[in-house]
Ligand binder design. Structure first.
Ligand SMILES: [Zn+2]
Length: 455
């Protein structure tokens, strides 16, 4: 396929904005880049896709999300509204994930994939939980990713909160799926795996050691860390050390490990994360919604931590998430100079691209260059002021909007063209979802505990 008549934003270092360009796509990758007329002349028989002068850039990447939360939209929580994370978990997410059955899990992933394709998010790091549907569940999600055409890194969150049997089943499911992904190209290589753990606060020292022992050295772990102070309180009570110290001790930090949130850390923990080249994923919209606090992402970046951007199961609109991150540091410090545009782009664009590339060693992601995977979006952005490499951050925050995304391509396959979904029937999937939701909500309500257990 030859994409013609494109204005490229390459997200290379240094970045480039190139007009009148064409991209030759073959075998899932960008093969060649050059002026449109030149490539059309050289490859006259290649099937053409005219970008019509739109901006063409790499698809967005979500460093931490949860497909399984799809059915929570519009659901009411019985009784008093939860105050902070411990009660949100206890009254919302833990009874909710217990109520999930295979069919709702499949539909959650379908809903997430539709949302991702429509909003130009092409790679998603998912963190799945369903204590009553564990064995084989990652295959169920992988099948959805396969048919939808997007790219996703999957894991199952291990926890002790549902008893030792389910804890062991969670470990086994991660190990099984990691092994599967190392032996075969799941979804033509678009599905990868890491090892999911809920959070230090719900796993014992023994369980952490078992997680580490269940998979080969170099495996990436994906878990929530210090989203709330309670994570530290529980770690200190269970192990006598803080959350990140525990992960360090058990060999869970590392070049492919993702620590979601990492809000309530001390200086030593920040250093441990930086020294181990672990990733921190920042989810500012959810941190506001759950009243979690605001991660010191600017300080983390200064300390050498590779901070990325996730959405924690909220809409797959990564520019909205980036906008939120940009504003949040300013209000936190009451200083409009905080988290300047270049740092925002480092976090939201470049670090996300590097994280995703670490999981797909066959080619780079999040960049337009020869040899990179052809994960691309067309953006019908008509800037009202000049758009240059120098002022791109300003357009990124105040100009770009997901409603402008018209076409989404992953691994060279068209998933949406001119706003028409090509791999999924949205009306049919959403109609069935609306049918499934009431029974799921009913099961959920019965599982909500009457009294608070957590402090
Ligand atoms: Zn999360």
């Amino acid at each position: 396929m030859l994409i013609t008549n494109a204005k490229l934003i390459t997200w290379t270092v240094p970045n480039q904005i190139l007009e009148g360009q064409a991209l030759l796509i073959s075998d899932q990758k960008i093969n060649e880049i050059g002026p449109s007329a030149e490539l059309i002349a050289r490859y006259p028989d290649e099937q053409q896709l005219d970008a019509g002068g739109q901006y063409v850039m790499p698809g967005n990447i979500d460093a931490h999300g949860h497909y399984y939360s799809a059915f929570a939209v519009g659901m009411s929580i019985p009784g008093e509204a939860p105050i902070t994370l411990p009660t949100i978990l206890e009254k919302l997410w833990w009874p909710f994930d217990k109520a999930l059955r295979e069919e709702e899990i499949r539909y959650s992933a379908l809903i997430g994939a539709i949302d991702a394709i429509k909003h130009g998010t092409t790679t998603l790091f998912d963190h799945h939980s369903s204590p009553n549907c564990i064995q084989g569940v990652l295959d169920v999600i992988a099948d959805v990713i396969d048919s939808a055409g997007i790219r996703s890194v999957l894991c199952f969150e291990v926890t002790d909160r549902d008893g030792p049997e389910r804890g062991q089943a969670g470990i086994a499911e991660n190990a099984r799926f990691i092994s599967r992904c190392s032996q075969e190209q799941v979804a033509d290589g678009r599905v990868a795996a890491n090892f999911g753990i809920h959070a230090p606060m719900t796993v014992s020292e023994v369980t952490l050691a078992q997680c580490r022992a269940a998979v080969p050295e170099g495996t990436g772990f994906h878990l929530h860390v210090a989203e709330h102070e309670y994570d530290q309180v529980r770690s200190l009570a269970m192990a006598g050390t803080r959350s990140v110290d525990r992960l360090h001790k058990h060999g869970i930090l590392g070049e492919k490990s993702i620590l979601a949130h990492a809000i309530h850390l001390d200086a030593r923990e920040v250093n441990l994360i930086a020294e181990s080249y672990s990733w921190v994923s920042h989810q500012p919209r959810n941190n506001q919604n759950a009243a979690d606090g605001i991660a010191e992402v600017e300080s983390y970046l200064r300390a050498g931590v590779r901070v990325c951007l996730g959405n924690d199961g909220l809409s797959n609109t990564m520019w909205r998430e980036a906008e939120s991150a940009y504003f949040l540091q300013k209000i936190k410090h009451r200083d409009g100079r905080r988290l300047p545009g270049d740092q925002l782009l480092q976090m939201a664009v470049y670090n996300n691209a590097e994280l995703a590339s670490a999981y797909y060693p066959g080619g780079k992601l999040g960049v337009i260059e020869p040899g990179a995977y052809a994960d691309l979006i067309f953006v019908d952005y008509k800037p009202a002021t000049p758009l240059t490499v120098e002022n791109l951050a300003g357009h990124f925050v105040f100009g770009f909007n997901e409603s402008m995304i018209t076409t989404t391509i992953v691994a060279g396959q068209l998933l949406m063209q001119d706003r028409v979904l090509l791999t999924m029937d949205e009306d049919e999937i959403k109609a069935k979802s609306r049918e499934l939701a009431p029974a799921l909500w009913e099961r959920y309500e019965k599982l909500v505990p009457a009294d608070h257990v957590l402090g």
